[in-house]
Design a protein around this ligand. Structure first.
Ligand code: CS2
Ligand code: MN
Length: 375
């Protein structure tokens, strides 16, 4: 069981807090200051791994012995030149790929086992309200279809620049916004087929390095899983996931199966996806969302009956298959005043993710150890 952590000074949650969540062993981390396309330095990687796996003098003095591991990285972001198959934002795709290979090698040396990434054009997940009130008084991430239909990327950028709703989405950091016009032009006319071809080229270059250094790659599905602003998304549906896996036969090329993202299309069956792709799932995010029938959805607590994602069925499928990969709770609600007090990163407060981990572990234990004693 893993827990995402954004790093010292960059997260409202501390490693000491994560250490006290029962069953959580793995910190899911990244070097968040690294721009896509850059090679990560070995020294910075080693320093972060040492921080995660070590114990402070203070903790030692208090008799703390429990260790966390740093085996999962989320994410090493893929530069737009790789997705486009051409030079963009001042970087050629081969240079960006070479840097990706270097980063994988260095992460392997530091003991990292799985690297998550996504292949979405231009930006990461999209929501229209990051602090949407729920009936219990907590807040959660919310997606309103009509708002997205009215939006253009430019209007979204203007809203973020105005800072009005505090809407800063991942992949829309200021340095990316500055180069948005170039990116928009570069994606003009790019098709899904073009993206698959560029994706295959990337895998052919990177997977041999993954094999050599024992680092598995897991692609995160598009969130939400359909095209937005006319840009081609290629990791959305079950058929897409199958096609993506077929791009390279190596077991080192697999999925970070995010069931919340996948289920944002109400026609998708999360449990079926788990069973279908089991042997290529290296890492999985489990979270629940509730649909309103008009394309809108809200994120909710992890328990199955809170929303439309069968989180218990998902854990049952993993338990029955004897899944040995990594899992983490995904976005949580913001609880117990944390959004008004320390204002966590949207979706990444402490409490609801800790509760989510316990729910998932409870389901896992029940299904994993069901049956006669000794079975
Ligand atoms: C994550 C994604 O916060 C989230 O929803 O699941 O942002 C994920 O980290 C990236 O898409 C993977 O590159
Ligand atoms: Mn996810």
């Amino acid at each position: 069981m893993g827990f995402r952590w954004y790093g010292e000074g960059n997260d409202t949650v501390s490693l000491d807090q994560i250490r006290q969540i029962p069953g959580v062993d793995t910190v899911v981390w990244s070097l968040h200051h690294k721009a896509a396309g850059e090679a990560w330095d070995q020294a910075e990687i080693d320093e972060q791994v040492a921080r995660i796996t070590g114990l402070s003098d203070d903790a030692r003095a208090r008799g703390v012995t429990r260790r966390l591991d740093a085996e999962v990285v989320e994410s090493v972001n893929v530069h737009e030149s790789i997705k486009l198959g051409r030079t963009v934002l001042g970087r050629s795709r081969d240079e960006a790929i070479e840097n990706y290979r270097t980063t994988i090698r260095r992460l392997g040396r530091a003991g990292v086992k799985v690297v998550c990434y996504n292949f979405m054009p231009v930006f990461d997940w999209l929501r229209t309200d990051l602090w949407h009130p729920l009936p219990d008084g907590s807040t959660a991430l919310f997606y309103e279809q009509a708002v997205v239909e009215r939006m253009t990327p430019e209007s979204l950028i203007a809203e973020m620049e105005a800072g009005a709703g505090g809407l800063t989405l991942p992949g829309w950091e200021p340095e990316r916004l500055a180069s948005f016009a170039e990116l928009r032009a570069a994606y003009e006319g790019v098709t899904h087929e073009d993206m698959y071809a560029a994706y295959r080229y990337f895998l052919e270059a990177v997977i041999p390095v993954c094999e050599e250094h024992d680092v598995k790659l897991g692609v995160h599905p598009d969130d939400p899983p359909f095209d937005i602003f006319g840009w081609p998304r290629v990791v959305s549906t079950k058929a897409d996931l199958a096609r993506v896996l077929d791009l390279h036969p190596s077991p080192y090329h697999g999925l970070t199966l995010c069931l919340g993202s996948f289920s944002a299309n109400p026609g998708h069956d999360a449990v079926d996806a788990v069973r279908t792709f089991m042997d290529r799932i290296h890492f999985t995010h489990v979270r629940n969302i509730k649909h309103f029938g008009n394309g809108d959805f809200t994120e909710v607590g992890h328990r199955a009956c809170e929303g439309d994602v069968d989180t218990t069925g998902i854990m049952r499928a993993y338990a029955e298959a004897g899944y040995t990969g990594y899992v983490r709770p995904d976005h949580g609600r913001h609880l117990w005043d944390e959004n008004t007090t320390n204002r966590p990163r949207p979706g990444y407060g402490l409490y609801d993710r800790a509760l989510g981990a316990q729910y998932l572990l409870g389901a896992w234990d029940a299904f994993r150890y069901a049956g006669p004693p000794g079975a």
